[in-house]
Design a protein around this ligand. Structure first.
Ligand code: ATP
Ligand code: MG
Length: 565
């Protein structure tokens, strides 16, 4: 391709709107342009890289035995009512009406559509197992679209769904997808960390996320320094510390703490450590108030709370409920004397006495012993894990990292197959419900994550497997006829070997061409200049290395092929 004939609008300056390197580089290297928040046009260079990622995804899905379909992006509302997810996802879905005034939605995901399809098309154990996938545009009205393609309103996802006759089957289908994902990200040149994930609103029993480690990642995770345990912070467990305190606690005692509401304020006022305090949070579980206790220096993890309460709907209580339940204004709640269910973080067993709210304005209690002075309904792991916590498997210390979720695999079970009656007849002619898994890769997010992980001060450093072209071919002086001829000949010879190049034939200064070549980051840079041609040579350099080599023109094609293989 000739630079002068395509559309690569590179930018010198960092666009104001872009906060993270990959987003800045996608704009600066002319890969994408923004239409409006979370909506982007792919320009030729971006589209070529996207197609290469898609191709890797497709090849690995096919290799794993998955079959490709293409489902509609536009769905009638009823199918979402049938699963009960219309209410759960209504704020995320773009909704509209057709001319018959029928409500339609743009699909944020496709469990409903595919399960309905399979329920009608598959009915015998002989047709199972099946894994069905598509590469398709998804729509989500994200609360905060940002970071370019990372969190968009419209994005491309590869979504796959497996249907099995039994649980051993789903185990295998899951493993096949897990392995395919590992290969896909490896082929994309990405280093990923696989973490245990929360199953949340999807339902289902087990789930892993594929994370690209990056400071700009929106997900927090912990990894053990001693064993293979790693988990999303939404899910990460921790081993409680050993019991510290000895001896009997002193009697419960109320103290005045005027206007001191927060853990920090009370701890400073009473000269205790934050971890000696109890944070008491009032929640509504199925609209009934419950108290949730975590150590003063910890954050409650709502995902863990939801799991502990077996998925019953929870939400933080409003101020009025808190006042009515505790008899005190906000900031003075405590477990002593509460007559509602009390769920406490397991770490609170470590200390035998704590400071907590007194359920009275401007007062706290000290020497609170949970076993003696409160009635705890149950202890669970409820606080969010963090750096330095002990691994739940081996007890070694854990590290906290940030990651970009590029892929997600779920064992779903029968949640959707029951609702849509996806059943089959087994060998004995009995009707059975299929068992499902679902598997997503954010294709456009993956593309940007590659750049987030592979760039330097000058620009993108494409892994050869996904680079939009194999090499930049720079003609330094386009007035020099021989340079142009040699460059054209090299381009067609390389193209004949399947290596497409980008021939920079613009009437620009060499400095501009060098800068742009670094910015768009193709794996190799081939420079054709009057000076090198005087020796019948061209100069070749890898994007990520400084060393340049002068190679005879006649050997250039072989040399490039060797460098890229
Ligand atoms: P997130 O937690 O980041 O919102 P999710 O868990 O809701 O993502 P899934 O439903 O698991 O996403 O979707 C599968 C994959 O699609 C994700 O792993 C991610 O790579 C990608 N993805 C999800 N939402 C977006 C988005 N708004 N923009 C781009 N890619 C997305
Ligand atoms: Mg996910």
């Amino acid at each position: 391709m000739h630079w002068s004939k395509t559309l690569i609008p590179t930018l010198r300056d960092i666009p104001q709107e872009a906060e993270i390197p990959s987003h800045q580089l996608m704009l600066r290297a002319g890969l994408i342009r923004k239409l409006s928040g979370g909506l982007y046009t792919f320009l030729p260079l971006g589209l070529r890289a996207l197609r290469r990622v898609e191709r890797i995804v497709r090849e690995e899905m096919d290799r794993a035995g998955a079959i490709e379909v293409l489902m509609p992006a536009l769905h009638p509302r009823e199918i979402w009512d049938q699963s009960g997810r219309y209410e759960v996802l209504r704020d995320v879905m773009f909704r509209m009406r057709d001319r018959q005034d029928r409500e339609m939605v743009l699909g944020p995901t496709h469990e409903e559509i595919v399960t309905d399809l399979v329920a009608h098309q598959i009915n015998s154990y002989r047709q199972l197992p099946k894994t069905i996938y598509q590469i398709q545009t998804k729509f989500r009205d994200e609360i905060r679209p940002r970071f370019g393609l990372m969190r968009a309103k419209e994005f491309i996802m590869k979504d796959a769904y497996s249907f099995d006759a039994d649980w051993e089957g789903v185990e295998q289908s899951y493993q096949a997808m897990y392995n395919a994902y590992t290969r896909i990200f490896e082929r994309c040149g990405l280093r990923v960390k696989v973490v245990e994930a929360d199953t949340g609103a999807m339902g289902g029993s087990s789930s892993h996320e594929f994370m690209v480690l990056a400071d700009s990642g929106e997900d927090g995770l912990v990894e053990c320094t001693g064993c293979a345990y790693a988990a999303n912070l939404e899910r990460a467990e921790r081993m409680p510390p050993a019991n510290e305190s000895k001896g009997d606690p002193a009697p419960l005692c109320e103290v005045k703490t005027p206007h001191r509401r927060t853990v920090e304020e009370v701890a400073a006022f009473l000269h205790v450590r934050p971890e000696e305090m109890i944070k008491t949070l009032i929640y509504l579980c199925e609209e009934q108030p419950v108290a949730v206790l975590v150590p003063g220096n910890r954050e409650l993890n709502e995902h863990k709370l939801a799991r502990a309460l077996e998925g019953r709907p929870i939400r933080m209580a409003d101020e009025e409920t808190v006042v009515k339940t505790t008899g005190a204004p906000l900031g003075f709640a405590g477990p002593a004397g509460l007559r509602i269910p009390v769920y406490a973080d397991q770490e609170l067993k470590t200390l035998r006495q704590h400071v907590a709210g007194a359920n009275r304005a401007d007062a706290h209690v000290i020497h609170l012993n949970l076993a003696r002075d409160a009635s705890v309904t149950a202890f669970f792991d409820l606080a969010t894990a963090r750096e330095g916590d002990m691994c739940p498997r081996c007890g070694a210390s854990m590290r906290e990292k940030r990651g970009i979720e590029v892929g997600h695999v779920f064992k779903l079970g029968t949640k959707y197959s029951e609702r849509f009656q996806a059943q089959y007849l087994d060998a004995e002619g009995r009707r059975q419900t299929m068992i499902m898994g679902c598997y997503g890769i954010g294709v456009t997010r993956t593309l940007q994550a590659i750049i987030e992980q592979s760039h330097d001060e000058q620009g993108i450093v494409w892994p050869a497997t996904v680079a939009p072209y194999a090499a930049s071919l720079l003609v330094l002086n386009t007035e020099h006829a021989e340079s142009l001829i040699v460059a054209e000949q090299l381009a067609s010879a390389l193209s004949a070997c399947g290596l497409e190049t980008l021939l920079d034939d613009r009437d620009e200064r060499p400095g501009v061409k060098f800068k742009d070549a670094d910015l768009i980051g193709l794996p190799l840079r081939i420079v054709v200049s009057e000076r090198s041609l005087a020796e019948k040579k061209v100069e070749i350099k890898r994007r990520q290395e400084q060393a340049k080599t002068l190679i005879p023109v006649a050997e250039a094609v072989d040399y490039v092929r060797r460098m890229l293989s």
